[in-house]
Design a binder for this molecule. Structure first.
Ligand SMILES: CC(C)(COP(=O)(O)OP(=O)(O)OC[C@H]1O[C@@H](n2cnc3c(N)ncnc32)[C@H](O)[C@@H]1OP(=O)(O)O)[C@@H](O)C(=O)NCCC(=O)NCCS
Length: 188
């Protein structure tokens, strides 16, 4: 028998992760302006579940919800920040934790000014490493819109495999939409 994972220690103190160019740290309410910068961009929010932020209050609410979900051990959201300047450039994290099945889902979003520089690929590689090496997950998965080419490319660059299409998988702005599911397995 393989026991369910005990993830409690990861929710006692929010982890901080580091890559070559980035620090992934817990989000705070002080990040609201930076969240609004990408959350209000229609190009960035085109394929995500959350609605475009129309005021800074929407960004504050989003940050509060993310903190509440962390307190409930349901989500872990990181601010993606540049190591040198400390600039907040996006967010990422884990949700749909399934300790029984050693499985977790991942999500991410980047301010458009920072697209095209490999920051999300660097981030996702670290999330996968953390999920496998520290949380002892067996499977990390993520979904994206069929037209979200950039997101699909991030996952492919990180060694994730396209497993199929989930029909009417997300209810987005009142419409059911299909998503592609990608996953990577820990073979060690
Ligand atoms: C999905 C998203 C994060 C991808 O951003 P991205 O900038 O394309 O991805 P990366 O940060 O990994 O950068 C990859 C690009 O940088 C280039 N690059 C430069 N240096 C690099 C490096 N060291 N490593 C990898 N790529 C590098 C790649 O060639 C690629 O170039 P391209 O723009 O010509 O394809 C971004 O489009 C986004 O935030 N979209 C809106 C939110 C969203 O859809 N989230 C996902 C929901 S499923």
């Amino acid at each position: 028998m393989i026991a369910p994972l005990d993830l409690s220690r990861f929710f006692e103190v929010h982890p901080v992760l580091e890559t070559e160019r980035l620090i992934l740290r817990p989000i705070t309410i002080a990040d609201a302006e930076d969240v609004f910068e990408y959350g209000s961009d229609p190009e960035v929010t085109k394929y995500v579940v959350f609605l475009r932020h129309s005021s800074i209050e929407d960004s504050i609410k989003w940050l509060e919800k993310a903190s509440d979900e962390f307190a409930k051990n349901a989500q872990m959201t990181f601010a993606i920040t540049l190591k040198e300047e400390g600039k907040f450039i996006g967010s990422c994290g884990f949700h749909h934790f399934s300790p029984e099945h050693h499985r977790v889902e991942m999500g991410y979003v980047l301010n458009r000014k920072f697209w095209g520089m490999g920051f999300m690929t660097e981030t996702v590689r670290e999330l996968i490493r953390f999920a496998f090496d520290e949380m002892s997950m067996h499977r990390v998965q993520a979904t994206c819109d069929l037209e979200n080419v950039r997101s699909a490319q991030v996952m492919e660059r990180c060694g994730m495999t396209l497993e199929g299409t989930l029909l009417d998988h997300e209810l987005r702005r009142g419409k059911f939409v299909a998503t592609k599911v990608y996953a990577i397995l820990n073979r060690n």
